[in-house]
Write a protein that binds this ligand. Structure first.
Ligand SMILES: NC(=O)c1ccc[n+]([C@@H]2O[C@H](COP(=O)([O-])OP(=O)(O)OC[C@H]3O[C@@H](n4cnc5c(N)ncnc54)[C@H](O)[C@@H]3O)[C@@H](O)[C@H]2O)c1
Length: 443
């Protein structure tokens, strides 16, 4: 006979105010409302709020639309443009606004401070203001100061940096590798442990400064891995080695691991470039600027042009050629174009005299707003994009590009066409057998 044990987990539900409905704010709001909390998400754009109330998501993120709709319909997730609505009853306030690079490379914290100023008049006694945005150590002191000049009520601040990845943001938030709770206050820690209990991930309690620096360190380390393997791939090319073989050979060392080795044009996206730049600036500010982070950033920035020059040689010059670019977003499963390699590659190709045809499963609409008529054709599939092209360039590893119909690609391109695989998706031999000239990274 089997007995079933029922384990009851009692979760105390809270009211949460989330400031900012971008990738982090909206996903966080949707996930915490899924657990039964009442979540108010505030942003300044009325149209965006109205769209969200109707379940219209402003960007592509797998699984998010269903999650938002479910919570909105259940009355647990509400959108507003009024801070008074979102903050007055909130036990926990989450600041999830952008922290882009300022022109000098430092993190522009004006949105975080602006949010602190706007929420301050409505904060309730005992509320905890969590900074989820990626910010350098010391930012919480400033947030506390800004709120404290507006209200005499008692409140707390804490750092709970976000580690979700666009493209898998919902799953990452539901099942995080870790949750960092950066606070020195036992009562705050207790409440935040309670709040995060339904999430399926290890929780680490630490000082707020450690949490903030852990976030930057993680992103800089991952960026460094990309820059490192890019350098190794250049060496591989010079010696006749294949970087993919090297990755396997290195990665089987349990200290190194097989994951997260992505040789390519450069790292991009909304986080790595800006976070490496800010870490470099932070190190300089505290008198520890030894140049490591600047070098990572600089090698990354320089690489794209270096590789495009190599591709140009393989194609025999861009001028007068048609080049098909497959993949426009900064990585698969997102339509986010921030710091996407395509945004640099396409202007360089057109400036060199190429006609550029593009295709992306999700990001063409966003790309069109930025690139407009400089792109000769926005194709509806990869085969249309390569019609009459001399070169095809895969910039993003969307699943759709991993099993292209190679005979069809070959048929649609000009004779002697070049297949430029910047994500090393294909075995070079298979491309050669299909009658195309293969150019990869580090092989
Ligand atoms: N995108 C990611 O993958 C990711 C992952 C982890 C951490 N982060 C960090 O999280 C933070 C947010 O990133 P994101 O990608 O969600 O940014 P985002 O640009 O997608 O969203 C930011 C949102 O904040 C809103 N906003 C700005 N100022 C505001 C204010 N005063 N009041 C209300 N709303 C305001 C903007 O309109 C926008 O909707 C950044 O610090 C980022 O580094 C991002």
């Amino acid at each position: 006979m089997t007995t079933t044990k029922l384990v009851y987990v009692i979760i105390s539900l809270m009211t949460i105010g989330v400031v900012g409905v971008g990738f982090v704010g909206l996903v966080t709001a949707a996930v915490f409302s899924k657990f039964g909390n009442t979540v108010w998400a505030v942003n300044r754009d009325k149209q965006k709020s109205d769209d969200l109330k109707n379940g219209k998501i402003p960007f592509f993120e797998p699984g998010l639309e269903e999650l938002v709709k479910e919570s909105v319909e259940a009355g647990r997730l509400k959108f507003t443009t009024q801070y008074s609505d979102a903050i007055s009853d909130a036990d926990v306030v989450m600041i999830a606004v952008g922290t882009p690079s300022a022109p000098d490379g430092t993190a522009d914290l004006s949105a975080v401070f602006g949010a602190a100023k706007s929420l301050a008049p409505y904060i309730k006694t005992g509320a905890i203001v969590i900074v989820k945005s990626t910010v350098p150590p010391g930012t919480n002191d400033k947030v506390r100061e800004i709120i404290g000049t507006v209200t005499k009520k008692q409140f707390y601040t804490a750092s709970v940096p976000e580690f979700l990845r666009e493209g898998t943001a919902v799953d990452d938030t539901l099942h995080p590798d870790r949750i960092l709770i950066g606070s020195n206050e036992p009562a705050v820690i207790k409440k935040l442990l309670e709040l995060h209990r339904p999430l399926n991930g290890e929780t680490v309690i630490m000082r707020p400064e450690s949490a903030q620096l852990t976030k930057y360190s993680s992103n800089a380390y991952l960026a460094n891995r990309i820059v490192f393997i890019n350098q190794i791939s250049d060496l591989a090319e010079k010696t006749g080695a294949d970087v993919q073989e090297i990755i396997r050979g290195m990665g089987l060392d349990s200290r190194i691991g097989l994951h997260y080795w992505w040789p390519g044009l450069q790292y991009g996206g909304s986080c790595f470039p800006k976070d490496v730049k800010e870490l470099a600036a932070y190190a300089r500010r505290v008198g520890e600027g030894d140049g490591l982070f600047e070098k990572i950033d600089q090698l990354n920035e320089n690489r794209l042009l270096k590789l495009l020059t190599r591709f140009e040689k393989a194609v025999g010059g861009w001028n007068g050629k048609t080049v098909a670019v497959l993949g426009l977003s900064f990585k698969p499963n997102t339509d986010d174009m921030r710091e996407a390699p395509s945004m640099k590659v396409i202007p360089l190709l057109t400036a060199a005299g190429a006609a550029v045809y593009v295709y992306d499963p999700q990001a063409s609409g966003h790309a069109k707003k930025i690139l407009g008529d400089s792109v000769a054709k926005y194709a509806v599939n990869p085969y249309e994009a390569v019609k009459g092209a001399t070169a095809l360039m895969i910039l993003v590893e969307w699943d759709e590009f991993k099993s292209l119909d190679l005979p069809k690609i070959k048929k649609n391109m000009t004779p002697g066409a070049v297949f430029i695989d910047t994500r090393n998706l294909y075995d070079p031999q298979i491309i050669k057998e299909a009658g195309l000239k293969y150019v990869g990274i580090g092989r």
